[in-house]
Design a protein around this ligand. Structure first.
Ligand SMILES: [Zn+2]
Length: 81
C-alpha cells in the first residue's frame, strides 16, 4: 500500500469523497461497493470482494442461502468422515 498524497476532510455528515483521479486510477466506478476495515487508528478501504464466511478466501466463491462459501470449504464439509 502506498500513500496517495490526498488529505480529505470529513463533511458534516461524516463523508469523504474519493478524488476522481484516484477512482479512475483504481477503476472504481459509480456505485461501486467498497469495504471498510479498521483498527485503533487506521482505516483501510478496499474494493468489495465476496469472501468465504468460513475462511475469508476470495477465490471460487459460491453463494448458498445468502452466505458466501469457497469451494475448498464446500469440499472440506462434504468430505467429512
Ligand atoms: Zn472457505
Amino acid at each position: 500500500m502506498k500513500a496517495t498524497g490526498y488529505v480529505m476532510k470529513l463533511d458534516r455528515a461524516g463523508r469523504i469523497t474519493l478524488p476522481k483521479s484516484l477512482r479512475r486510477e483504481l477503476e472504481i466506478g459509480f456505485l461501486s461497493c467498497l469495504e471498510i476495515f479498521a483498527n485503533e487508528d487506521t482505516i483501510v478501504i478496499e474494493k468489495y470482494k465476496q469472501r468465504c464466511y468460513l475462511c475469508n478466501n476470495i477465490e471460487k466463491i459460491k453463494t448458498y442461502k445468502g452466505r458466501h462459501i469457497c469451494q475448498d470449504c464446500i469440499e472440506g464439509i462434504t468430505n467429512r468422515g
